[in-house]
Design a protein around this ligand. Structure first.
Ligand SMILES: [Zn+2]
Length: 85
């Protein structure tokens, strides 16, 4: 399978150029069934043009907003049943 994505971070091109694909640049990812490794190639090495409508690099947000879990201790306790206001 062949897909175009934008490099989320600087990635070494697996093609002939041995260049590094800069963050945000389009790169071609080849997934070969039965192989665990993916082959990454830059535009030049793939010999193709990245689709012009390639979405901006997908934000995976590994450090996104924290869930309010960590604040639980600071939240007022729910009212107990039968204990009106
Ligand atoms: Zn290359």
């Amino acid at each position: 399978m062949k897909t175009w994505v934008r490099a989320v971070l600087e990635t070494a091109c697996g093609g002939a150029c041995k260049q590094r694909i800069q963050e945000g640049r389009p790169m071609q990812v080849l997934e070969v069934p039965g192989m665990t490794r993916r082959l990454v190639r830059c535009e030049a090495c793939s010999g193709e043009q990245a689709p012009p409508n390639l979405p901006d690099h997908v934000e995976t947000k590994p450090f996104g907003p924290l869930k309010p879990m960590t604040r639980l201790g600071l939240l007022p306790l729910d009212r107990e049943p039968g204990e009106e206001g």
